[in-house]
Design a protein around this ligand. Structure first.
Ligand code: AMP
Length: 240
């Protein structure tokens, strides 16, 4: 499958989603969203969504640090929002400290706000946050969600909805550091109890306490189950 948008670099090797892989430290500009095809593969890269805040308790920073360590130890590439701030910055620095590889996907607007981690092995600059999310999704073989705020929670719900409707089949793991996500998990239970969601939707994502458990689960192949119609919201039938 090829890339449908304009990519201002040609002759590059392509990854398994058909997206050109730029040489280290180079920049690809894309203009239109890159379509993603879910490919059941061994896990080689992991997309991480997490906070951009620097005002967090040490436990959250420690979790980002631990995840970076695990990624580099396991030789897994980090795909993330290319930020230098908050848990994103902690995660990127910790992954690179022991030689891990990182791919950052960011909008020009965020670069202009000087929030780019300038040492990504590959930096992909896109126009909009929507393109960014699609590209982040397509470049990772699995998704990990660390604690975060507005942006992270939006990313979590979008990636789970896209899995629900069959637009990708990548495993998703939430790392519930210090019970941060408990109120959101309670809200999901409430949605199910009140009939706004089906009980099977709980299996759209895994929940772990520690980053190391999330990596172990993904490497074991947990969370690969295909969503089925029992998960679809009432009244929505998936095409065969
Ligand atoms: P939040 O949880 O509100 O801090 O937002 C973090 C998420 O939104 C990350 O996973 C990023 O993809 C995106 N994001 C928000 N702010 C930034 C930033 N300054 N630099 C890079 N990505 C950001």
């Amino acid at each position: 499958m090829g890339v449908t948008g304009v990519v201002r670099r040609t002759g590059l090797p392509r990854d398994k989603c058909g997206i050109p892989i730029a040489p280290a430290s180079s920049v690809i500009h894309t203009r239109t969203p890159v379509p993603c095809r879910a490919v059941p593969t061994p896990i080689e890269s992991i997309t991480v969504f997490c906070s951009s805040s620097d005002r967090l308790a040490p436990a959250y920073r420690a979790a980002a640090e631990e995840l970076g360590d695990c990624l580099s130890q396991e030789g897994l590439t980090l795909v993330y929002g290319a930020g230098s701030v908050g848990l994103m910055g902690v995660l990127a620095r910790s992954t690179q400290r022991k030689g891990g590889r990182i791919i950052g996907v960011i909008t020009q607007r965020l670069i202009d706000a000087e929030q780019l981690h300038t040492r990504c092995d590959e930096t992909i600059v896109v126009d909009t946050m929507r393109e960014r999310k699609l590209l982040m999704e397509s470049r990772g073989d699995a998704i990990i969600v660390l604690p975060g705020g507005w942006g992270t929670i939006e990313e979590f719900f979008e990636i789970t909805v896209r899995r629900l409707v069959g637009e990708h089949t990548k495993p998703i793991v939430m790392v519930n550091t210090a019970g941060y996500f408990d109120p959101m998990l309670a809200m999901i239970d409430h949605m199910i109890e009140e009939g706004f969601a089906k009980a099977a939707m709980r299996s759209l994502f895994l929940v772990c306490e520690k980053p190391a458990e999330a990596i172990e689960a993904l490497l074991r192949g947990d969370g690969r189950m295909q969503p089925d119609d029992s998960m679809m919201p009432s009244g929505v039938a998936r095409e065969a």
